[in-house]
Ligand binder design. Structure first.
Ligand code: SAM
Length: 320
């Protein structure tokens, strides 16, 4: 196993199945970038081979399927089927939820136990303004369908000062009523936000969020696993919520994440544009592929920063 001097290793793999997305969220992509996949995307079979090799080379045991939007690609069904057959301790999905109804059967058959659904507002107008695609009602029906299947759900919300700050409490109430854990994600300086004034005007800190929530709910902080990205809070008798506080409480020193993009690049750190192409080793026999991959992983682990600086890389390419 490859470990760095802080004890960080790669145990969580995020696979961006495609860079294509049916939304164009204001904080994720600038205008005009919707539905584009990367120029040369790996096939589902090659991505599965990549996961197998990474499992052997690093001991990756948790995998999250993400994107882009993972449900827009025809690769999804084969990939999900393939990873569920591997001996991973956890397989989950991050989706905007727009296509969950269409994928209900394949998700049920796969045996997946949990997923994260991204939703920034319960207001249809604000939904259109932020997502610039899709439709709120379809997402809400998708959430109901996943609850019916018995999946454990988390909802990801990115609070933005100039648009959905007033949704912080309504979203929490919606989630608590349904036994869903809401996770507020502090806006990250990624892609076009890196050097953009809108980042400063839209950023909502953990302190501001807790203040908003505190006006309606009593809560206390609870324990979270050592490598968790979220600070977790308990509302007695009602449920929990989390805050992924990249800026207020960076978790870089305990980060165990590795990302595989749809174009076949490994990223060791969200806050570092360095990437390492592994597409060419996926066709090699294991005894040749593994040593090459191990060398790449040592470099990728060295890419991990000690603090979150943001990056010019667009989230939809490397998977959020
Ligand atoms: N399409 C899927 C979805 O919407 O969940 C998966 C990919 S999306 C890039 C993953 C997560 O990243 C979403 O929850 C999204 O809100 C979040 N995200 C994208 N850009 C972000 C940014 N600049 N800051 C914080 N979160 C961001």
């Amino acid at each position: 196993m490859i470990v760095d001097r802080l004890g960080r290793r790669f145990s969580n793999l995020r696979v961006s199945l495609t860079a294509a997305c049916n939304y164009a969220c204001t904080y994720c992509v600038p205008d005009g970038k919707r539905l584009l996949k990367a120029k040369h995307e790996l096939s589902a079979a090659n991505m599965l081979k990549g996961v197998q090799l990474l499992q052997q080379a690093t001991g990756v045991d948790k995998l999250r399927i993400t994107g882009g939007e993972p449900l827009v690609t025809p690769k999804f069904d084969q990939f999900l089927h393939g990873v569920m057959a591997m001996n991973l301790s956890d397989v989950s999905l991050t989706t905007n939820g727009q296509l969950l109804l269409a994928k209900k059967d394949i998700i049920r058959e796969s045996g997946m136990k949990r997923m994260n659904i991204s939703l920034d507002t319960l207001n249809p107008l604000k939904f259109q303004q932020i997502a610039r695609g899709g439709d709120l009602d379809t997402v809400l029906k998708g959430i109901d369908a996943m609850l019916e299947l018995g999946l454990k759900l988390k909802i990801n919300m990115v609070p933005l000062r100039t648009s959905n700050l007033s949704e912080v409490v309504p979203m929490l109430k919606y989630c608590l009523e349904r036994g869903i854990e809401l996770r507020y994600i502090e806006l990250m300086r990624m892609g076009h936000l890196r050097n953009n004034n809108s980042y400063q005007s839209d950023f909502v800190s953990m302190e501001v969020l807790l203040d908003e929530i505190g006006q309606e709910f009593e809560f206390s902080r609870t324990e979270a696993p050592w490598d968790s990205t979220a600070a977790r809070f308990q509302i007695p008798g009602q449920g929990t919520f989390g805050i992924i506080a990249n800026e207020s409480e960076p978790f870089c020193r305990t980060c165990t994440r590795l990302r595989l993009s749809s174009s076949g690049h490994l990223y060791g750190c969200l806050s570092n544009a360095s990437r390492h192409y592994i597409g060419d080793i996926l066709d090699m026999p294991n005894h040749l592929a593994l040593p090459k991959l191990q060398g790449i992983l040592v470099t990728a682990l060295g890419d991990k920063n000690l603090s979150f600086q943001g990056e010019a890389t667009v989230m939809k390419f490397i998977g959020g």
